[in-house]
Design a protein around this ligand. Structure first.
Ligand code: G3P
Ligand code: MG
Length: 250
């Protein structure tokens, strides 16, 4: 069945960049997402020992670099010595852990949304919210940034510090009438996992608030999400999602 353009409004967000094809949370993964035409990028941030905001998923560097140990026990200089691409492919050796500042600088002249996920649900990082907000403002990006976290206390703090910046509730759980909770903490959207997106509660929820679903990599699931018209689909394979979206529009 052919559907008209206006019926698919689902934006494609590249999860940790184009992390299905490039090493996650590195500049090459973000560049690839931009190159294939993603609408937005999702990335994860932690604080270093010397208080710099860096882009990496785990609390430790072990899985995605050639180093070992906690991000918060290393200085930025120490982290910058690590290789963040070689674990993924020999060809991409030499990638480093980006700072949030570097990503914001790169994105500032591009038409790309940026979802910054504060990774402070396991470890708490003193001052992370203030630092992220300050960086976003330095680059004049407060209208194209969405801040999310599994730590909802942190989201409330972000909102208290900056009323303008968009916050989004990130959850694994199936919440009852999540729009009420989302609105009650000053958030404007729900970032949910696929069990909620594929549940029969989704249609009521999407009428109330924008719903962005993570992490959809399977083509059939992508198609279902696109046809439901959720606000965004967060995927490791943005190119595949964009191609599928254009096929559905033909
Ligand atoms: O922000 C959506 C998604 O990134 C949350 O899970 O573990 O991939 O950061 P995770
Ligand atoms: Mg994330």
């Amino acid at each position: 069945k052919k559907i008209s353009d206006s019926q698919i409004e689902t934006l494609i967000f590249a999860h940790r960049g184009s992390s299905g094809t490039h090493p996650e949370n590195t500049m090459v993964a973000f560049q690839e997402a931009f190159h294939v035409g993603a609408n937005g990028i999702e990335l994860d941030v932690h604080l270093t020992k010397d208080g710099e905001v860096v882009v990496i998923h785990d609390e430790k560097v072990d899985r995605t670099t050639n180093g070992t140990g906690f991000v918060h026990e290393k200085t930025l200089n120490e982290l910058k010595q690590l290789d963040a691409g070689g674990w993924y492919s020999n060809y991409l050796k030499g990638e480093t852990i980006p700072t949030l500042n570097e990503v914001l600088e790169w994105i500032s002249d591009k038409k790309l949304l940026l979802n910054i996920e504060l990774k402070n649900d396991i470890l708490q990082y003193e001052g992370l919210e203030e630092k992220v907000i300050q960086l976003v403002h330095i680059h004049g990006l407060s209208t194209s940034v969405i801040i999310s976290s599994f730590n909802h206390y942190s989201l409330v703090k972000v909102k208290q510090l900056d009323k303008e910046i968009e916050i989004a509730v990130l959850t694994y759980d199936i919440l009852y009438q999540p729009w009420k909770y989302v609105k009650s903490i000053g958030a404007s959207a729900l970032h949910c996992n696929k069990s909620f997106a594929f549940s029969n509660m989704i249609s009521q929820a999407q009428q109330q608030i924008p719903i962005r679903v993570y992490t959809i990599n399977d083509e059939l699931e992508m198609k279902q999400i696109l046809l439901k018209g959720l606000s965004a689909l967060i995927t490791d394979f943005p190119k595949k999602a964009i191609q599928l979206k254009s096929t559905l529009l033909k």
